[in-house]
Design a protein around this ligand. Structure first.
Ligand SMILES: Cc1cc2nc3c(=O)[nH]c(=O)nc-3n(C[C@H](O)[C@H](O)[C@H](O)COP(=O)(O)OP(=O)(O)OC[C@H]3O[C@@H](n4cnc5c(N)ncnc54)[C@H](O)[C@@H]3O)c2cc1C
Length: 474
């Protein structure tokens, strides 16, 4: 008789849990997936990536209609947005994707059993679910994260919303305060502004998008300001009241207090790991407010239990959740000593223009003590960008002393797609010479990638020649 009921129990049916469980099931491990909500898919499908990108598209389309004349078209007198219809489109898109995450589908295709309910650990090999004890040799903890709510006086007494509620609002708010100038806050702020809300972003740091270099952050901030979003930087929310259906947020900027009013308050001030109610202590799993602690192999302090995705506090992205879950599966099932390597993790903030990054940026390279040079090209010179009327932004390539690309940041229309060439180039150690000489189709935005490589190579080789020449004379 088997010692345990399962080879693997995965707790949490979001991006991390779905990848971990289907990977384990596919290679023959007896796998159970446990999800506390009624449906699988997690934040990405229901309250994150999918609804946000769907909303962004609706807002983009409405914005383009506003500027029809920019494309030589007749001006359009647009009716106001009926947010219920936008929200219905979002729901339809979620439903069309949900079919891939149905329990019957993953049972049939990947041999994974699903049970719904909230479980808790009894020890390192046992959980209790719906009153029953279930044992497993290994576990993957993939319970994700929730919105972190800031300590502002009065916040508990006001009906603020988060990413969980924002996509299913009954109507478009006349005005909105967005607390937080990170990726989630900014994507929502620009979308609601474009759809017709009066939006104020309140951010306590001096700049938006804290992970990015200043030029990236400033370029996006300039677009927001030009579009009419009220950006309040170095501004801290200190007190909240809700009077006559109106939020009143008292803010502190350089010691000066003032009040911002709006009909809706969206809190987007970071994420907190979902660890409550799991009895992690019973399984000797260490965690803090950042997340469940893991080693490079993504094992928790209990070595048969792995933690992947948002719950471990590494990089809060769906593609990272999937990457980590693949590694956990290889370690747990095949006992391969695989480690997670975050050097070349890409990410994209889907504001317009998008901001994409891979590898080092200037700030992180400096912090790591790496010597590097920077080469920048502006999108405005690209013929396709001109034809599209999307000329904002730049590409920035960081190169180390050996001429190897160590990072790239792009601010551009569809930067999230343009970065893919750099993902291949950096991971495949493709030289700038090769990239710069590769024929790219005309006219495409991706010619900017070629140009950045080519110009860097030309500059670098001229400099090298000059240095050799000086050395020789000396
Ligand atoms: C508005 C927004 C936009 C985003 N956009 C992007 C984007 O464009 N690209 C990108 O890469 N990332 C994006 N993200 C981040 C992305 O959604 C997360 O990184 C990703 O969902 C993490 O996956 P996960 O499986 O770790 O967590 P989740 O997707 O949150 O899944 C965790 C699952 O665990 C379940 N669970 C929790 N506790 C328990 C329990 N005790 N027992 C059983 N089940 C439990 C939850 O119900 C949930 O289904 C966005 C996030 C937000 C909020």
């Amino acid at each position: 008789m088997a010692r345990y009921d399962y080879d693997m129990i995965v707790i949490g049916g979001g991006a991390a849990g779905l990848t971990a469980s289907t990977a384990c099931g596919s290679v023959g491990a007896k796998t159970l997936l446990i999800e506390k909500e009624e449906k699988l898919g997690g934040d990405c499908l229901h309250y994150g990536c999918v609804p946000s990108k769907s909303l962004i598209k609706s807002a983009y389309a409405y914005n383009v209609m506003h500027y029809a004349q920019k494309y030589g078209l007749p001006a359009v007198d647009l009716p106001k947005v009926d947010f219920k219809k936008v929200s219905q489109r979002i729901k339809d898109i979620i439903t069309s994707i949900q079919i891939h995450d149905e329990p019957e589908h993953i049972q049939k295709k990947f041999n994974v059993e699903t049970q719904f309910g909230e479980c808790k650990f009894l020890d390192k090999h046992t959980v209790e679910l719906n009153g029953k004890k279930i044992t497993s040799k290994n576990f993957v903890l993939a319970t994700g994260s929730s919105p972190a709510i800031p300590l502002i006086e009065g916040i508990k007494d006001v009906p603020y919303i988060t990413n969980v509620e924002v996509f299913s609002l009954d109507s478009l708010p006349e005005s909105m305060i967005v607390l937080g100038g990170g990726p989630i806050g900014l994507e929502m702020a620009q979308s609601f502004h474009r759809l017709g809300s009066k939006v104020t972003v309140v951010e306590c740091a001096p700049g938006i998008l804290a992970r990015e270099d200043e030029d990236v952050s400033q370029c996006i901030a300039d677009v927001f300001i030009k579009e009419g979003v009220d950006l309040r930087l170095s501004t801290k929310g200190v007190k909240l009241e809700y009077v006559n259906d109106l939020f009143q947020l008292t803010v502190d900027k350089d010691g000066q207090l003032s009040v911002i009013e709006a009909k809706c308050l969206l809190v987007a001030t970071g994420r907190a790991p979902n660890v409550d109610g799991l009895n992690l202590d019973k399984a000797d799993i260490e965690y803090d407010q950042r997340g469940v602690k893991v080693d490079k192999r993504l094992r928790t302090s209990a070595k048969n239990i792995y933690a992947t995705g948002d719950v471990n506090g590494s990089f809060p992205f769906t593609h990272v959740a999937a990457y980590e879950s693949g590694i956990a599966m290889m370690n747990a099932v095949f006992h391969l000593p695989l480690s997670a390597d975050y050097t070349n993790i890409p990410w994209v903030t889907y504001v317009d223009p998008e901001a994409a990054s891979i590898g080092y940026n200037e700030t992180r390279a400096r912090e790591a003590g790496i010597e590097f040079t920077v080469h920048k090209e502006f999108i405005g010179g690209n013929d396709r960008a001109k034809a599209e009327g999307e000329t904002g932004g730049f590409i920035k390539v960081l190169v180390n002393k050996k001429g190897v690309v160590i990072g790239c940041q792009i601010v551009a229309f569809h930067a999230g797609d343009l970065i893919n060439e750099w993902i291949t180039a950096i991971n495949g150690k493709v030289s700038l010479n090769t990239l710069g000489n590769a024929v790219h189709p005309y006219p495409t935005m991706s010619e900017v990638n070629k140009l950045a490589s080519f110009n860097y190579f030309i500059n670098a080789s001229l400099l090298t020649k000059l240095r050799l020449l000086l050395n020789w004379r000396w």
